[in-house]
Design a protein around this ligand. Structure first.
Ligand code: CA
Length: 217
């Protein structure tokens, strides 16, 4: 899953990006509103963490522009616990908000919930036959037994499971699992899928030649 963080305070931006990357999200960053708008318009993020108070274009304006074309889930960071701010955020199309200062673990939980809701999967568990994915703990079991996955394997499996029944192209996997600072995945998706099949069964992921990968019918 790929997330954009728009925040002008350098220290907070760094710590948010670091915390999200530690959860194995691909994270892009923007330190100003117009830069954030450029990025959300050019990439389909799985979620956006958006500070309200930004130099130039502020978070409200960015959100309004984004909502003209996209339904990307947005978590707003508001500086004050003002009801007016919250109402405005929800009216403009924010999906959730968090008041500064906040606890990082709460932000991570809200981002997880946003991504699940955005994908129409409010339940934190996805079952694929004998394979079960716990989206909260990011763990996988097969026939009830824990299976150890690499971060990349888990990310690919989770993305395909969120899009169960759809063919997911390699390009989509690159776009959603790698961020702007990452050039290491290159064409290794096939290798990770091979690893997933070895651990979870050869039939779990279908290859559609020339199209991509698919879980389920
Ligand atoms: Ca700010």
């Amino acid at each position: 899953m790929r997330i954009l963080v728009v925040e002008d305070e350098p220290h907070l931006l760094r710590s948010l990006a670091k915390a999200l990357r530690e959860e194995d999200y691909a994270v892009d960053t923007a330190a100003a509103g117009d830069e954030g708008l450029f990025k959300v318009e050019s990439c389909d993020y799985d979620a956006v963490v958006l500070d309200v108070m930004l130099p130039g274009m502020d978070g409200w304006q960015l959100l309004e522009r984004l909502r003209r074309s996209k339904l990307t889930p947005v978590l707003m960071l508001t500086a004050r616990d003002a009801i007016r701010d919250r109402v405005r955020g929800l009216d403009t199309g924010a999906d959730d908000y968090l008041v500064k200062p906040f606890d990082l673990s709460e932000l991570l939980a809200r981002v997880r919930a946003l991504i699940r809701r955005g994908a129409g999967k409010p339940c934190p568990r996805i079952e694929l036959g004998e394979v079960a994915i716990d989206l909260r703990s990011r763990t996988v079991t097969r026939a009830g037994q824990p299976v150890s996955m690499t971060a990349r394997e888990y990310a690919i499996l989770e993305y395909l499971a969120y899009h169960r029944g759809e063919v997911v192209t390699r390009t989509a996997l690159y776009e959603h699992l790698m961020d702007e600072s990452d050039d290491t995945l290159s064409n290794l998706v096939d290798v990770h899928v091979f690893g997933i099949r070895k651990k979870l069964g050869a039939d779990l992921i279908t290859t559609r030649r020339g199209q991509g990968y698919c879980i389920g019918p």
